[in-house]
Design a protein around this ligand. Structure first.
Ligand SMILES: [Zn+2]
Length: 313
């Protein structure tokens, strides 16, 4: 296979970094996973090591790849490749794009990780440029990426889809963002950790199991989680009327159990509202295909796009 047709995507997460090289048809040809270090130097070294590792696997050098894209949490200036506020990675501000480019001797593009995953999911699901999709990321936090008419919609200041910080309970707990009762505090991995602390390695799975076993608090926390995920789906459809809302992120690994619960809530709401019934919300929500790496694949698609244009897949 010609390395010139391989596009590299790197998804830098809080604990691990996933990297893929995809071929011209979007199929994953090579992939690897590394632990992500903490702080600017470690993050840079991890990104460079990921590209070099893929190059070794492909029997090539990094400069022969067609493109390199990086997805990372935080506020990303896609024009400059600078990332701010990636707190979980120990980054207050880093010129990630130019630093990695300098070390590899070639250009790279940087995108917010949820936006990258939205593009990846759009591609994995085989959507066309006539379609629109919201990608609802349920991880430590809650945020959405919007692909409208095949193009990533970042908004005027890159904040489009940050619905995790829409307050849903004015008397709720204080959010690190300074507001009270944000959606993210009700429907995310950190929301579960706060309301139902456990040492289990898979805390949300443990929550669902405890709720199934009749634990009253677990039932209450699970209900709050599921209702607020359903509320996020409703919010996204009412705001941008996307064809579908695709749930991804760590919590999506719950699979059909989560999807069935969310659909049940949406169906219940539809039964008491003709308006909501007409929106067919339960039919519009789905899960990112299991066993796929939407964020890294999306990062590869980001890297392939011309820097002067919106990303089209
Ligand atoms: Zn908030």
């Amino acid at each position: 296979m010609s390395a010139a047709s391989l596009r590299v995507g790197i998804d830098i997460g809080g604990t691990k970094t996933d990297a893929v090289a995809i071929d011209a048809d979007g199929r994953v040809a090579y992939e690897l996973r590394l632990a992500t270090g903490f702080g600017a130097e470690s993050v840079l070294a991890t990104a460079v090591a990921a590209v070099e590792g893929l190059a070794r696997a492909a029997g090539r050098t990094p400069e022969t790849f067609a493109s390199i894209g990086i997805g990372i949490p935080g506020a990303v200036d896609v024009a400059s490749g600078r990332v701010e506020h990636a707190v979980n990675l120990g980054l207050s501000g880093l010129d990630l794009g130019s630093e990695v480019a300098a070390r590899l001797g070639r250009s790279v593009r940087v995108e917010n990780d949820v936006n990258a995953a939205a593009l990846g999911a759009f591609s994995l699901l085989g959507r066309t440029s006539a379609q629109s999709m919201a990608y609802l990321n349920l991880g430590t936090g809650l945020a959405a990426g919007l692909v409208l008419g095949g193009r990533l919609w970042r908004g005027s200041r890159g904040v489009a889809g940050e619905i995790g910080h829409i307050p849903v309970d004015p008397s709720g707990p204080l959010c690190p963002c300074g507001q009270r009762g944000c959606l993210e505090l009700m429907a995310s991995g950190s929301a579960v950790a706060r309301q139902w602390p456990t040492d289990e390695p898979k805390p949300v799975r443990a929550l669902f199991a405890a709720a199934d076993a009749g634990d009253a608090l677990a039932i209450e926390v699970r209900e709050r989680l599921v209702e607020n995920v359903a509320a996020a789906v409703r919010l996204l459809v009412l705001t941008v009327d996307v064809d579908d809302v695709v749930i991804g992120g760590g919590l999506s690994s719950l699979g059909d159990v989560l999807l069935a619960e969310v659909r049940a809530v949406l169906t219940r709401w539809a039964a008491s509202s003709e308006f909501l019934a007409s929106l067919q919300l339960a039919d519009r929500v789905t899960l990112v295909p299991s066993g796929t790496n939407a964020a890294a694949i999306g990062a590869a698609l980001v890297g392939a796009a011309d820097a002067s244009e919106s990303v089209t897949v």
